[in-house]
Design a protein around this ligand. Structure first.
Ligand code: MG
Length: 278
């Protein structure tokens, strides 16, 4: 299944995307909550599996496929080539940081360039959405806790990230996490350890990677995080970016107002966001 949220910003409705058509789930199920913690806790992913509605053709904005995650946990340096391009060693355990919920942004919405901090960069990533709460989840059971996958652009303000000596501000500027275009359930994915991802800036390919090169795979990441942090339904885990970000290029490339970044993952779709001065 491909779960989407569609409609005007702030008024999105839950939907199912089927071959380019959208099923308006509110029409069928009046009590369905928006796609977030409650939605997963009430078992809507399973309830919707039998939905036979073919949907309708709609010319409509897609929003981020989930609302109000309690956490967006990100992995740093989780592809060896990316660690290497930054002159960094490969971590011996997953390196975690957070993006705050004000970063949540839609798959085609503008990304706001911060007015007071520069060197804005792109990072295409495969993100996991948790569907079932858990603590001390074993590697073996980890995928039972996953609702699905989506793309996340871990937009990064490098001036703040490196200048501040820690990553909070540079990773959490408003709109810095475009996500979507759909939340794709695992049954639609052939092999989570072999998913191609790429990023293009103004049409030029900048990143190309494959989840087969993840240093820590998804079950390992979930086991590690949940040792002492409860994962709630609706939480997002972004698994890290492959090599080819702008800042470590020679010469470095940073985004300017008017640039378009496309993040594409096979089987999931693409994000296309224009960067705009606020
Ligand atoms: Mg990242």
């Amino acid at each position: 299944m491909r779960l989407v949220r569609f409609g005007e910003k702030g008024k999105e409705k839950p939907g199912l995307e089927k071959y380019g058509r959208i099923v308006d789930l509110k029409k069928q199920f009046q009590d369905i909550p928006d796609i977030g913690r409650e939605f997963f806790e009430q078992g809507w992913v399973d309830k919707l599996r039998d939905c036979k509605d073919a949907g309708e053709t709609m010319d409509v904005r897609l929003g981020p496929p989930i609302t109000n995650p309690s956490k967006i946990i990100c992995l740093g340096k989780n592809y060896a080539e990316h660690a290497k391009e930054g002159g960094m060693s490969v971590p011996s355990a997953p390196l975690l940081f957070c993006k705050t919920p004000n970063t949540v942004n839609g798959p085609t919405d503008p990304v706001l360039m911060p007015a007071h901090s520069g060197q804005v960069d792109w990072e295409v990533e495969l993100a996991v959405v948790i569907g079932k709460k858990g603590k001390r989840i074993s590697r073996k059971n980890a995928l039972d806790h996953v609702a699905g996958l989506m793309i996340l652009n871990d937009v990064s303000g490098r001036e703040a990230q490196f200048g501040d000596k820690q990553w909070f501000r540079g990773k959490s500027f408003d709109t810095f996490a475009p996500m979507g275009p759909a939340l794709v359930t695992l049954d639609e994915v052939e092999d989570i350890n072999n998913i191609k991802l790429e990023a293009l800036v103004n049409g030029e390919v900048m990143q190309q990677g494959n989840t087969s090169d993840l240093i820590f795979d998804i079950p390992t990441i979930i086991e590690y995080i949940s040792q002492d942090i409860t994962l709630e339904a609706g939480d997002v885990i972004s698994t890290g970016t492959p090599s080819g970000v702008g800042i470590f290029r020679d010469p470095p490339i940073v985004l300017n107002a008017g640039d378009t970044v496309i993040c594409r993952i096979k089987g999931i779709g693409e994000l296309e966001n224009v960067f705009v001065a606020e």
